[in-house]
Design a protein around this ligand. Structure first.
Ligand SMILES: [Zn+2]
Length: 239
């Protein structure tokens, strides 16, 4: 798809490619939002023994970002990335790479946000009393710092671009026996070489106690949809 983009003619060649990408993202969001409904229904059945599936109106989430903007509007920002690179006098391949990187990041962010938005909507159901934050096995340290934390439904779920964190619901009236792993457990599941590869010098600083995982969590309020998550840089913490 991306080969159709000519960095010397961004305005004419980029929009058709982004329109095709938008269709792919919307289709993927439809699937992830649908799967979120399947997950919620299966989870509720296994926890409560009651087969009462959650319904999800996928059309509310497919084609939209987490803060409700059309995906097309965010994809269009790939043009800004390319023009900024062009304005800096970057080479043609570098301009193309800047646009592709931005586009891939948008796709990764929005495909999982389709599932997250749908799940968030379903978790407003009375049957759900809260949720745990569940991260991937190799999260950034900001997500590791929040992994396993228990929240009430309606609490913010701060994410960063391309964040892979999801929520594990807690069913009302059901004792929650299995909390997902916290950041320390996630780190400890990796050997020292893997820790170094994934998290660099920060892993050693956390292991020797000079910084905590909590220190890695930086939240910044975004006007449109609440807190955005960032991983704190090491020098700031050490200072
Ligand atoms: Zn993260």
């Amino acid at each position: 798809m991306w080969r159709g983009v000519d960095p010397t003619n961004i305005d004419e060649t980029l929009p058709p490619v982004l329109a095709a990408v938008e269709l792919v993202v919307t289709a993927a969001q439809t699937q992830t939002a649908t799967l979120a409904g399947v997950f919620m229904s299966a989870f509720a059945l296994s926890e409560t023994g009651v087969d009462d599936p959650f319904s999800v109106d996928v059309s509310l989430f497919a084609g939209f970002t987490q803060d409700g903007r059309p995906v097309a509007d965010v994809l269009a920002l790939s043009s800004v990335s390319m023009k900024l690179a062009s304005g800096r006098g970057a080479s043609i391949p570098t301009i193309a790479a800047a646009g592709l990187a931005r586009t891939v990041r948008t796709v990764r962010t929005e495909v999982i946000s389709g599932a997250r938005s749908a799940q968030r909507d379903m978790m407003s159901d009375d049957r759900v009393s809260g949720f745990y934050r569940v991260s991937s096995g190799d999260p950034c340290l900001a997500c590791a710092g929040l992994a396993g934390i228990k929240s009430s439904t309606g609490d913010a779920f701060p994410v960063h671009g391309a964040c892979r964190c999801t929520a594990e619901p807690i069913m009302a009236g059901v004792p929650d026996r299995f909390a997902p792993p916290d950041g320390k457990a996630i780190m400890n599941a990796q050997d020292p070489a893997q820790q170094k590869a994934l998290w660099g010098d920060k892993a050693a600083a956390i292991n020797d106690g000079s910084v905590s995982l909590d220190d890695m969590v930086t939240l910044k309020e975004a006007p449109s949809w609440g807190p955005m998550l960032f991983e704190s840089p090491l020098p700031t913490i050490a200072a």
